[in-house]
Design a protein around this ligand. Sequence first.
Ligand code: GDP
Ligand code: MG
Length: 297
Amino acid sequence: MSESTKCGYIAILGKPNVGKSTCLNHILGQKVSITSRKPQTTRQQILGVKTNDHAQAIYVDTPGIHSNNKNALNRYMNRAATSVIDGVDIIVFMVVAGKWAEQDDWILEKLKEATCPIVLAINKIDRFKDKGKLLPLIKEYSQKHNFSEVIPISAKSSDSTQQLEAIIEKKLPDGIQQFPDDQITDRSQRFLAAEIVREKIMRQTGDELPYSIALEVEEFKEKKAIVHIGILILVDKRSQKSIIIGKEGSRLKEVGRQARLDLENMLDSKVFLRLWVKVREGWADDERALNSLGYKE
Ligand code: GDP
Ligand code: MG
């Protein structure tokens, strides 16, 4: 283990879809948090660890904060997101350039209770066409709170995530590192495997599929240099099952193909992936079912 002299926790917070997971994956150089155009892609808190010679930054990727508190899954996600505010050393509050909404104000109000520095990251500036308006926009957003730093970024480009990392490193408290140099996440390969499959399903199904799917890894073992992975996909309703499977199984096949490529990349091994779908009605509304699927605080 090298001896970094700075170490601390950073929470990337913001409403769903602003690019938190994209940013984290870029910083870490590996997919630890899945992304898609749909809100609610990230459901649980995931740690991402980045270590260099001077510092260890431990990032907490959180589910977005939802204003809809109606079902148990949303309530779980809100608790997971707001409970990190107290425990971290730095907060990165992420918003989208030109898209500041009421929900951002609402989250910022919550963040103001934090005692740590808040860095405002204004994301997706690559999409912001009228560059002349960017400076006034940054100025306007800066005035919403006494931010310790304001940085326009594009989470899709490493240039800007590197700038963000530099800002974070400066603000990290002194401390000894908590994780070995080469560890980049606290999550198991089993967990990441299920997340990768969930990402492919969410990307393949567009708006047809509501968010109530859950995955259970039933098999994960290496046999003769091939990793055999079997994952059960649980859905809420019968109609969702046929959406995921697709015409003559075509969609599930494509999900499996894409997921296998990602998994082979991640595990650096040949992968044999089996997927199947089952209906378990009402799971997203059932606290007990959530617990059994691992959504626990
Ligand atoms: P999260 O819900 O905040 O974690 O958001 P995600 O990281 O899942 O990103 C949501 C969507 O925004 C995805 O489709 C990303 O590809 C997209 N996105 C993220 N960052 C950028 C960016 O800098 N520029 C553009 N154009 N799109 C981005
Ligand atoms: Mg996310």
